[in-house]
Design a protein around this ligand. Structure first.
Ligand SMILES: Nc1ncnc2c1ncn2[C@@H]1O[C@H](COP(=O)(O)OP(=O)(O)OP(=O)(O)O)[C@@H](O)[C@H]1O
Ligand SMILES: [Mg+2]
Length: 430
C-alpha cells in the first residue's frame, strides 16, 4: 500500500510552516507511522491539519478555485495564513509501496493579478533507480501552467542544489539546439489551458505517465470521514455500493455489496464486528416491501431485532468505522476527525487498537490519520504515533512528536499509558 512518509504545509490558515514526518526538504525527520494521531487543546489547528488533506484532495478533484470555496473554507483570503507572505504550499513525500523510491510532490497556490487563485508551481521528483541517497530527478515541472514532463518510470532531470526555479526557457532552448525540435523521446512540453486545474489531474489521466497516474490515483483514493449518525439512519434504496461514502448514509448499501461480493466471508465479518460492539449479538440485513434496505441489529437483551433507525448513534458509528476497516479494498489514506464523539470512553481504546491493527497491515491496510481530544484513545498509542499541536505566541500552529520528549518516552517504557500522561499535562507545553 502507498504511504505518506511526511507532509509540509505552508501558509494554510494557522499552519504557517508545519511539517509532519519526513519530507525531501527535511530529510533528518523520521517518517510518519502507519497510524498517526494529532492531539491538542481547542483552537490549536487539529481540524486545520485534517482539512489540509481534504483541501489537497479537493484541488485535485475540482481545481483550486472550487476547493477554496468548498466545505465552508470561504475563499483564498480566509484560507491563506493571516499576516504571512508567500503562496500556500504543500510538499508531500510518499512511497507507492515499502520498497519503492520515494516521490516528492510540491505545489504552490497563489492569487493572480485579478485575485483568482491559481496553481503557480507544481513539481514531482524521484531519486534515481538503485540509489539510496543523492539528488532526485524532477519528472514534472510546471511554472505558471507551462513546463516539461518526463515520460515513463525512470527519466527525469537533476535540478541542482540552490537552483530553486527551473529555468524552463533555457532548458527548451538547449533541447532545440541538441535535437532540432522542441520535444524529445522522453520529454514532452506541457501547456495547461486552465491554471486552476492541477497538472497531475490532467497528466495523471495519461497512460504514458505511470508515476503521475499512480500519484493521482493515490490522492483520489483518500477517504476523509464526515460520518454523521443521522445520515446513517436514512433509509437508502436497496442497491449494492462498494465503499462507504463520507457521511455514511449508504451504510446499508455497503453491507449489501459485501453480502453479495463476499458471501462466504461476510457473515464472519458481521459476526466479528458484533463481538466488538457492546450489547450486540448479531447484525444482518433485510429488504423492506418497498425495496429499501434495512440493517438489523440483535440486541443481547431482546429476541426481536432493532433496525438501524432505532439504534444508538454511538453503536452506528462504531459499526461504520469497523465496516470501513473491513473493506476488502480500503482507501490508501483514511482520515477521521474526533472518532470519539458520542462513544463510551471504554470503547475508545478498542477502537484505537482496531484502527492501528488495520494500519499496521502494510499489504492491505490504510494509513490512518485521526485527530482526537480523548486520552483513552491515546492510551492505546505509542509516542511515535502521536503529534501534539500547540499555538505559538505568534498565533500560528506548531507541532511536536510525543516521542521527541525523552521524559515521555521514558515513562511510557516504564508502562505508563500515553493518554494518562497527556491528561497529567506531560504532553502539552509545560
Ligand atoms: N487564515 C488564518 N490564519 C491564521 N490563523 C487562522 C486562520 N484561519 C483560522 N485560523 C486560526 O486557526 C485556529 C485553529 O482552528 P482549528 O479549528 O484547526 O482548531 P482545532 O485544534 O481543531 O480546535 P478544536 O479542538 O476546538 O476543534 C483557530 O484558532 C483560528 O484562530
Ligand atoms: Mg477541531
Amino acid at each position: 500500500m502507498a504511504r505518506i512518509e511526511g507532509i509540509r504545509i505552508k501558509n494554510f490558515r494557522a499552519l504557517r510552516d508545519v511539517t509532519l514526518g519526513k519530507v525531501w526538504s527535511q530529510q533528518e525527520f523520521r517518517p510518519l507511522t502507519p497510524m498517526t494521531a494529532v492531539i491538542g487543546k481547542n483552537g490549536v489547528g487539529k481540524s486545520t491539519l485534517f482539512d489540509a488533506f481534504g483541501f489537497l484532495a479537493d484541488c485535485l478533484r475540482s481545481g483550486v478555485e472550487e476547493a477554496f470555496d468548498a466545505r465552508g473554507r470561504g475563499g483564498f483570503e480566509h484560507v491563506k495564513s493571516k499576516g504571512s507572505a508567500g503562496p500556500i504550499e504543500f510538499e508531500v513525500y510518499y512511497k507507492e509501496d515499502g520498497n519503492a523510491r520515494p516521490i516528492t510532490y510540491e505545489i504552490s497556490i497563489d492569487q493572480d493579478s485579478s485575485g483568482r487563485p491559481y496553481v503557480q508551481k507544481e513539481r514531482l521528483r524521484q531519486r534515481r533507480k538503485g540509489q539510496k541517497h543523492g539528488w532526485p530527478l524532477s519528472f514534472l515541472i510546471l511554472n505558471e501552467g507551462t513546463g516539461v514532463v518526463w515520460r515513463g518510470e525512470t527519466e527525469g532531470q537533476q535540478i541542482d542544489e540552490g537552483q530553486t526555479q527551473f529555468d524552463l526557457v533555457s532548458y527548451l532552448d538547449k533541447r532545440k539546439l541538441a535535437e532540432g525540435n522542441e520535444e524529445s523521446r522522453e520529454t514532452e512540453v506541457v501547456e495547461l489551458d486552465d491554471k486552476r486545474k492541477l497538472g497531475i489531474a490532467t497528466l495523471g489521466a495519461l497512460k504514458h505517465h505511470p508515476r503521475i497516474s499512480a500519484f493521482r490515483r493515490f490522492i483520489e483514493g483518500w477517504y476523509l470521514s464526515y460520518f454523521t449518525p443521522d445520515a446513517a439512519k436514512s433509509l437508502p434504496l436497496a442497491g449494492p455500493q462498494r465503499h462507504l461514502n463520507i457521511h455514511g448514509d449508504n451504510l446499508g448499501n455497503v453491507v449489501q455489496f459485501m453480502e453479495r461480493e463476499y458471501a462466504g466471508k461476510f457473515k464472519s465479518i458481521l459476526d466479528r464486528i458484533a463481538t466488538k460492539i457492546p450489547g450486540i449479538r448479531k447484525i444482518s440485513t433485510t429488504k423492506s416491501d418497498d425495496g429499501r434496505l434495512l440493517l438489523r441489529f440483535n440486541d443481547k437483551g431482546f429476541q426481536d431485532p432493532f433496525y438501524a433507525q432505532q439504534m444508538s448513534d454511538g453503536t452506528l458509528k462504531v459499526f461504520a468505522y469497523l465496516l470501513l476497516l473491513e473493506d476488502p479494498e480500503p482507501p490508501p489514506f483514511l482520515c477521521v476527525e474526533e472518532p470519539e464523539n458520542g462513544l463510551y470512553h471504554k470503547l475508545l481504546e478498542t477502537l484505537a487498537r482496531e484502527f492501528r491493527a488495520h494500519a499496521m497491515n502494510s499489504r492491505s491496510g490504510s494509513q490512518v490519520f485521526v485527530t482526537t481530544h480523548q486520552p483513552y484513545f491515546v492510551d492505546a498509542l505509542d509516542p511515535e504515533e502521536v503529534w501534539v499541536v500547540e499555538k505559538g505566541s505568534d498565533g500560528y500552529s506548531h507541532v511536536k512528536r510525543a516521542s521527541d520528549d525523552p521524559i515521555v518516552t521514558g515513562m511510557v517504557k516504564e508502562g505508563l499509558p500515553l493518554g494518562g500522561l497527556w491528561y497529567s499535562d506531560y504532553l502539552d507545553a509545560r
